[in-house]
Every structure is written in structure tokens, then in C-alpha cells.
Write a protein that binds this ligand. Structure first.
Ligand SMILES: [Mn+2]
Length: 308
């Protein structure tokens, strides 16, 4: 039900907000309190910038946390790659600040160049190494990218570079596969994600990463942790600590949101978008009978009841 609620907000928005928000007089009302995204990897061909733009459009928020690996400095150094869609993401983030959204940037390992600017702000985007975040219901979460827990990254940087290149290769395969799937009318499917799940060592790596991060959050006396880095979206309880990973915009296309009642939810954009599209194609008649002067909340409620 909660999930459906989220879809509805997005659905209502999709119908009412034109793509070019700057030329529009409509004020984008936040639909959720906070959005957490990480591992966008702007500057790499694997980055799904278009999908991210669509997600951001569907989820205006009061606050936005960028939890690291936003721009991929490592890959950019090896070869410049910067299409228009990647510019659009930056523009969209800056526009969000101008509209009054609080945007906080916690750099990761791929954008470690930003770590020299801790305490400063870019166009209103605050750069911090880590931060404690309090939900509306008073829970305290530690926000970090997560790479400090990665033994490989910490101990031998050259090893991480090798791993990175192998990873890029898998992503390349994934792109070819998905453009083929798209032509056949099949939904997005992540090869690299599938492989990672299949490889036992990767799974045990994920588990030990999650445990290490949760243990540190507990040591600091916090209720939970919000991180990224391992491209493995998750919300789960680890010995009383709420471990949240917002995933990435290369493979899983996922984000975390905090609703106005303090609930934290994981959004898988491809599924969410698919349901949005299905709903808009089946609920055309419902939309037509709702009068224009009805408040937006009433519209949502009415649609909500239709679904329930
Ligand atoms: Mn990372």
C-alpha cells in the first residue's frame, strides 16, 4: 500500500508537471521529505542519466542527499565522456537548490577530488565528509558513502583500478544486451547485477560490508546508517541497526526516500516507472472525471481509494 502511495504521487506529478520546469509557473511541491541517491557515476557510459532525470522529476523533495560517486573522476581521467544528459543532471541538482531544496553532498571514492572541498558549498550544495541525519520520527542515521570500509580500496589502490576496469567491461556488455532488449520491447535487466548475485564471493563481500558499516553505526550510538558504494540497494535490520543502501544509477536504478511520516522506502525506478505507465494507460477515465479545481490531495486520495 505504501509503495502504491509513492507511485501515485509520482503519477499525479507526471501528469501535471511539464518537462521544462523553468519555463513553467507551477511550483513543484515536495512529494517526499528527503531523497537519497548515490553512485550516479556521471562521466561514464554506464551512467543511466536519463532514468535518473525521470526519477528526480517524479520525486521533488525538501532535502536531497548525494551519497558519493556522483561524478566518476577515475573514469574521466582515463577518457573524457560527458554527454548532454550528464549536464542535465548537474543542472537539475543546481535548480533544485534554487527552488529551496537543501542539497548535501557526501563525496565517495570515485569523486574523492571533492573531498578537498569539505565544508565548502558549490552553488548552494554543501560538501561534507559524513553527516548525521535525523528522520522526522527522531531516528538518527549516519550518512557515509561507504568506501572507508572497503579493504581493497583502502589498502591497495591499484587493485581497485583493475577491478574497476573489469567492472566497466561487464557494464559495456550490459548496455549492448539492454539496447537489444529495449528493441524487443523487454524491460531493463542488469547483467552485472545478476552476475554479482551469482558470484558467491561477491555475496559474502556484500554481507561483510553491510555488517562492518552497521557495527560502526552501533558503536556511534546511532539508529541506522544510509550509504551507497557497493551498488546493492537494501533496507534491512542488522542486530537492531537499520542498514539502508540507496543502490546506484548504473545497474539497479534505485534510491531511498523518507516520507513525511518518517518511513524510509527503497524505490526501484524501472518497476516504479513501469507501474506508473500501466496505471496511466488504464486510468485515463478516472483522470478525466476529476474536476480541475479539486485540491491535489483529494485527487491523490480518490485515486488511492480506486486502488485499494
Ligand atoms: Mn564508491
Amino acid at each position: 500500500m505504501n509503495k502504491l502511495n509513492g507511485y501515485f504521487y509520482a503519477n499525479t506529478l507526471k501528469a501535471s508537471i511539464p518537462d521544462n520546469e523553468d519555463s513553467s509557473a507551477i511550483i513543484t511541491k515536495p512529494r517526499v521529505r528527503t531523497v537519497f541517491i548515490s553512485d550516479i557515476h556521471l562521466g561514464t557510459p554506464g551512467c543511466q542519466a536519463q532514468a535518473l532525470l525521470e526519477f528526480l522529476r517524479a520525486y521533488p523533495s525538501e532535502q536531497l542527499y548525494l551519497v558519493g560517486d556522483i561524478i566518476d573522476g577515475w573514469q574521466l581521467r582515463q577518457g573524457w565522456y560527458w554527454p548532454q544528459a550528464h549536464n542535465d543532471v548537474i543542472q537539475k541538482l543546481l535548480r533544485r537548490v534554487r527552488k529551496g531544496c537543501k542539497v548535501v553532498y557526501v563525496p565517495g571514492n570515485h569523486d574523492e577530488f571533492a573531498r578537498q572541498f569539505l565544508g565548502h558549498s558549490f552553488g548552494g550544495i554543501e560538501v561534507v565528509e559524513e553527516v548525521i541525519y535525523q528522520t522526522v520520527d527522531g531516528r538518527k542515521f549516519w550518512i557515509i558513502h561507504g568506501d572507508y570500509f572497503d579493504g581493497v580500496v583502502q589498502c591497495a589502490k591499484w587493485l581497485a583500478y583493475v577491478g574497476d576496469n573489469l567492472y566497466e567491461l561487464t557494464l559495456k556488455l550490459n548496455r549492448y544486451l539492454n539496447s537489444l532488449r529495449a528493441r524487443l520491447g523487454m524491460p531493463y535487466w542488469s547483467l552485472s547485477r545478476y552476475l554479482k548475485h551469482k558470484v558467491k564471493t561477491a555475496v559474502s563481500y556484500v554481507t561483510s560490508f553491510e555488517q562492518a558499516v552497521a557495527t560502526e553505526a552501533r558503536r556511534r550510538g546511532l539508529d541506522g546508517v544510509i550509504c551507497g558504494h557497493i551498488h546493492h540497494p537494501e533496507i534491512r535490520d542488522i542486530n537492531g541497526i537499520t542498514y539502508c543502501n540507496d543502490g546506484d544509477w548504473v545497474e539497479s536504478l534505485s534510491a531511498l526516500i523518507e516520507h513525511f511520516d518518517g518511513r524510509i522506502e527503497l524505490v526501484h525506478w524501472p518497476q516504479c516507472q513501469l507501474e506508473l505507465e500501466n496505471q496511466s494507460s488504464t486510468s485515463v477515465d478516472d483522470t478525466l472525471v476529476i474536476p480541475d479545481n479539486m485540491p491535489a490531495t483529494a485527487k491523490v486520495k480518490e485515486k488511492d481509494e480506486v486502488l485499494a
